[in-house]
Design a protein around this ligand. Structure first.
Ligand code: NAD
Length: 492
């Protein structure tokens, strides 16, 4: 099997590296590709950046209205090939076909929003700040920008950045997760065949840490967008700063969802179950800690256990599958180990999804829905991102106590509440320390025109991906103060 090529300077080129890693379908362990890894991928990255920098020198002078034209074509391309892209996502990442289609839709919406970059990036102008003097602020591109993305949304996450970077006049290099390189490989094949972009403007470089480090250390790279786990996000943020780059780094999560006693049982159960077990729990906005609050009679616990039992687990392309496998055998082992840790810490296992095999997919990395209750609040597991289909149930008597508990957690990606009480909802949304808040919503994912927020250890940086924040991230402001006197000989 051939090792995947990189897309550099408008052509497919072989990696300098001869080492490779297998790309594996998590439902059956079939090897679907080989991806370059190892030291020499750093040279691939350097080459891509060099060509990107040349492309940037011309692209920065192209008017924004012209720069967004290829994005209209890109949107159409993604729409026309939505199903093929979704099949690739399911086969390399494991999620269900419906989830993959939803993911591509989010990518398309980001391209759509970036097409409006001209309006979003408008200059600010003040006439006559003093006699005959005007002042205005313009936005200019940064140069070569790069993104490093995780395994769980191979078709969507690059698009939180790519269309905005291009629309604002930058050149862009993508380093996808080496676990799931096929989706971007296909998107770049589409781009190569159908879009008339300057050579070098968009590049795809495969690899792992070596390729990332080469991006971090290259002085031609001015900004890096990262999405992945918190330890690596911290690394990218601090190394990026060391090398003088602008960085936005999104990290991990452990998302709490509060259920007030007045919440609708059927709706709440259905939505929370989808949130916890959607994408097999491998979503940075997956509900993880479920907190019935107030005078709970166990109604929600019972309903959640029953709903979880009914979830159909299997290969994502099979009709009727509601939950696919987790990404790797190591990930399955890690998740099952964390469930055991929960039991060892004193948790009560209400539903055990370990040791699962699915008929016809015996080698798949399947973990069925799992529910733990009674974990110690200060225990290790309560503070650990499981990133698998595991729900932890905790109870509090008062909403204030629940909010205090949530705010003590180290992550701040998402927090949700289910209630019919406007005051409870208002108190929650105002006080809770999380960047994305849902009220009667299970996955509070911002649509493309809003920034994908995140607080505490879930985000390092200032400006987020998507929408206006992305436009700001990929541009630097320049304030110009101009004097044009009517009479040059007049003394000022
Ligand atoms: P990861 O951190 O292992 O990998 C992410 C990227 O970093 C990959 O491209 C990988 O090649 C690179 N990388 C890995 N180790 C590196 C190292 N030592 N040095 C330099 N680069 C390195 O994350 P993952 O397992 O692919 O993704 C899952 C994580 O991503 C979860 O923690 C999840 O919560 C998080 N995530 C967060 C968001 C968000 O918006 N906050 C969205 C999706 C996923």
């Amino acid at each position: 099997m051939e090792i995947l090529k990189n897309y550099i300077n408008g052509s497919w080129v072989e990696s300098k590296s001869t080492s490779s890693a297998d790309v594996v379908n998590p439902a059956n362990q079939e090897i679907i590709a080989k991806v370059p890894v190892g030291k020499s991928t750093g040279q691939d990255m350097a080459l891509a950046i060099e060509h990107a920098h040349k492309a940037y020198e011309d692209w920065k002078n192209v008017p924004t209205m012209k720069r967004v034209q290829p994005l209209f074509s890109l949107k159409k391309l993604l729409e026309d090939h939505k199903e093929e892209i979704a099949v690739l996502i399911t086969n390399e990442c494991g999620k269900t076909f419906a989830e993959s289609l939803g993911e591509v839709q989010r990518a398309i919406e980001n391209v759509e929003v970036a097409c409006g970059a001209y309006v979003m990036g408008q200059s600010e102008f003040s006439e006559n700040i003093a006699t005959g003097i005007d002042e205005f602020m313009i936005r200019q591109p940064l140069g070569v920008c790069g993104c490093i993305t995780p395994f769980n949304f191979p078709g969507m996450i690059p698009f939180w950045f790519l269309p905005y970077a291009i629309a604002t006049g930058n050149a862009f290099v993508i380093k996808p997760s080496e676990k799931v390189p096929m989706t971007m490989q296909y998107v770049f094949e589409l781009i190569d065949k159908n879009l008339d972009l300057p050579k070098g403007l968009l590049s795809l470089v495969h690899g792992g840490k070596d390729a990332v480090d080469a991006m971090l250390q290259d002085s031609k790279v001015k900004a890096i967008s990262f999405v992945g786990s918190t330890p690596i996000a911290k690394y990218i943020y601090s190394e990026g700063a060391k090398y003088g780059k602008r960085v936005q780094a999104q990290g991990g999560a452990k998302n709490p969802v509060v259920i007030m006693p007045d919440a609708d049982v059927e709706m709440t159960t259905r939505i929370i179950t989808d949130s916890v077990y959607g994408c097999a729990g491998q979503r940075c906005l997956a509900a993880s800690v479920i907190i019935p609050t107030g005078d709970d009679k166990g109604v929600f616990k019972e309903a959640l256990v029953e709903a979880a039992k009914l979830r159909t687990t299997g290969y994502g392309m099979d009709a009727g599958t509601e939950m696919g496998p987790v990404i790797t055998p190591e990930s399955k082992t890690r998740i099952e180990g964390l469930i055991q840790k929960g039991i060892d810490e004193g948790g009560n296992l209400l539903l055990d999804g370990r040791n699962t095999t699915i008929s016809g997919y015996e080698k798949g990395n399947f973990v069925r829905p799992t529910i733990l209750e009674g974990l110690p609040l200060n225990g290790d597991l309560m503070g650990t991102e499981i990133f698998g289909p595991v729900m932890s149930l905790v109870n509090f008597k008062k909403l204030e106590e629940t909010i205090d508990f949530i705010n003590k957690g180290k992550y701040g990606n998402m927090a949700c509440i289910f209630t019919r009480d406007g005051l409870a909802a208002r108190t929650f949304r105002n006080r809770v320390m999380a960047g994305n808040v849902g009220i009667n919503i299970g996955v509070a994912a911002p649509v493309a025109q809003f920034p994908f927020s995140g607080w505490k250890d879930s985000f390092f940086g200032d400006l987020h991906g998507q929408g206006r924040h992305a436009i700001e991230f990929f541009t630097q402001t320049k304030v110009v103060i101009e004097r044009w006197p009517r009479n040059w000989s007049r003394k000022f």
